[in-house]
Write a protein that binds this ligand. Structure first.
Ligand code: MG
Length: 266
């Protein structure tokens, strides 16, 4: 009887590991004390709770420098049109400066269990997007982070630029929510990273994506009912501003420590 109980527990553990969602902190774990969106602290805090990955946003400034921030216009500075000196003068809400991509990746290498989910922000000029993708790939190579990175982008031009530049195995996910799984598959991308709205309108896309060998990430699921809906729908990743809440809910569903350290399939 005891042996059977151990066997059952092992099966449950395997099932949980295989099917549990992985949690991604949206713009880092910025809702933690002392943190701020896309700050170095948000990255450190994401790693401190043992989740799968930490998402962050990258802009290319007018002078070609790459920096980590979400908003196109932030604290009076237009990130696509400003030079580095303007961005360097900004102070984040937690007192940090806006990190350069170089600074961000240098910190990331100190957190080897965490995965990068790098969003390239869309630029007005597609040729600048191509240049930006090249610079991002060069930076990831410099820090030997290609094997620990998922690329995400709203711009299909950016997705295809990355596809030309990256070795097979570095997954690229499309964000804009308007392509079917079949279309995403035909473009050779790894999957869809879609809004809750897009996936609520097309819940069937999750199963379709899986049939095509694609993965599905949802953003940004914060409220418990939303997190539960997407756990039950069977998406692969949940991007959230409340990563500890999502982790606990996944754990409650699977009866395991969930998501976070599950081996990535790709
Ligand atoms: Mg983002």
């Amino acid at each position: 009887m005891k042996r059977f109980a151990i066997f059952s527990a092992a099966i449950a553990l395997c099932a949980g590991t295989l099917f549990a969602q992985k949690v991604v902190a949206h713009r880092g774990y910025w809702t933690a004390p002392g943190s701020a969106q896309n700050s170095i602290r948000s990255l450190v805090k994401a790693d401190s709770i043992g989740i799968y990955g930490s998402e962050f946003d990258v802009w290319m400034l007018a002078d070609g420098n790459l920096v980590v921030n979400h908003d196109r216009k932030f604290k009076g500075v237009h990130f696509e049109m400003a030079p580095m000196k303007d961005v360097a003068a900004i102070t984040l809400d937690n007192g940090e400066s806006v990190p350069t991509l170089d600074e961000y990746l240098a910190e990331f290498v100190k957190h080897p269990k965490l995965r990068l989910v790098l969003e390239m922000k869309s630029l007005v000029d597609p040729t600048r997007e191509d240049e930006m993708a090249e610079k991002i790939v060069a930076a990831l190579r410099k820090y030997n982070l290609l094997k620990r990175t998922d690329i995400i982008a709203f711009s299909i031009n950016a997705c295809m630029a990355f596809k030309k530049l990256l070795p097979i195995g570095v997954p690229i996910y499309y964000l804009d929510g308007d392509y079917t799984p079949k279309k995403v598959k035909s473009l050779g991308l790894a999957g869809m990273d879609y809004s809750m709205k897009a996936l609520r309108e097309h819940p069937e896309w999750v199963e379709e994506a899986h049939k095509h060998g694609l993965e599905v990430n949802v953003w940004t699921a914060d409220e418990p009912e939303d997190i539960q809906y997407f756990i039950d729908l069977g998406v692969d990743y949940i991007t959230t501003n409340y990563p500890e809440r999502a982790t606990e809910m996944i754990k409650a569903k699977t009866g395991t420590k969930s998501n976070t350290k599950a081996k990535k399939k790709k």
